[in-house]
Write a protein that binds this ligand. Structure first.
Ligand code: ADP
Length: 160
């Protein structure tokens, strides 16, 4: 029997409880789940890719069928090289939809054997993003309950 694998891509700068929820749900639907951290040079990340990988590993340590990898380049090529049957993305608000559907069409064109599946964000995560968490943490605001504890500590250390 072949192993069914799903890929959860993103920049995870840093991973939030919204990401963790989507990854837990994707991992429950497949045999294996790969979380791929893209460098995303365009975004001037707060955390180095190695730090993002480490924080994701800590935040996802409770999920035995999840592994975290760093990646670069074209997502469709990466998905192919890992033999995944699907990309799992989280949908928060309507504004996510437009961008995500465009990406899904392009990825389908580049790698037709890979499906994109969307998991709807929980209402309590619908307005949660890495950027807003960084904005709050930068000015000393409390982000506990929004990010995993190792991320909260890493943010505190960054902005101390
Ligand atoms: P990118 O920077 O490539 O958009 P992110 O790291 O911000 O990547 O997000 C990766 C994935 O996680 C995307 O599919 C995004 O829709 C999803 N996501 C981000 N924040 C949340 C959240 N609060 N709830 C559910 N899904 C989320």
């Amino acid at each position: 029997m072949s192993v069914r694998r799903v890929l959860c891509p993103g920049s995870f700068d840093p991973i939030t409880n919204g990401h963790v929820d989507i990854i837990e749900r994707a991992a429950a639907l497949f045999d294996e789940c790969i979380v791929a951290i893209f460098r995303n040079a365009a975004k001037a990340p707060l955390f180095e890719v190695r730090e993002r990988v480490e924080l994701c590993r800590q935040a996802l340590a409770h999920l035995p069928n999840v592994r975290v990898e760093e990646s670069d380049g074209l997502l469709a090529d990466y998905a192919r090289s890992r033999g995944v049957s699907a990309l799992a993305k989280g949908l928060r608000v309507v504004s996510d939809f437009e961008y995500e559907v465009q990406m899904a069409h392009m990825n389908k064109r580049l790698a037709p054997e890979v499906e994109t599946i969307f998991l709807v964000a929980r209402p309590e995560h619908a307005f949660l993003s890495s950027s807003i968490v960084k904005d709050v943490a930068r000015f000393g605001g409390d982000v506990s309950g929004l990010v995993p504890e190792p991320v909260r500590r890493a943010l505190e250390a960054k902005f101390r």
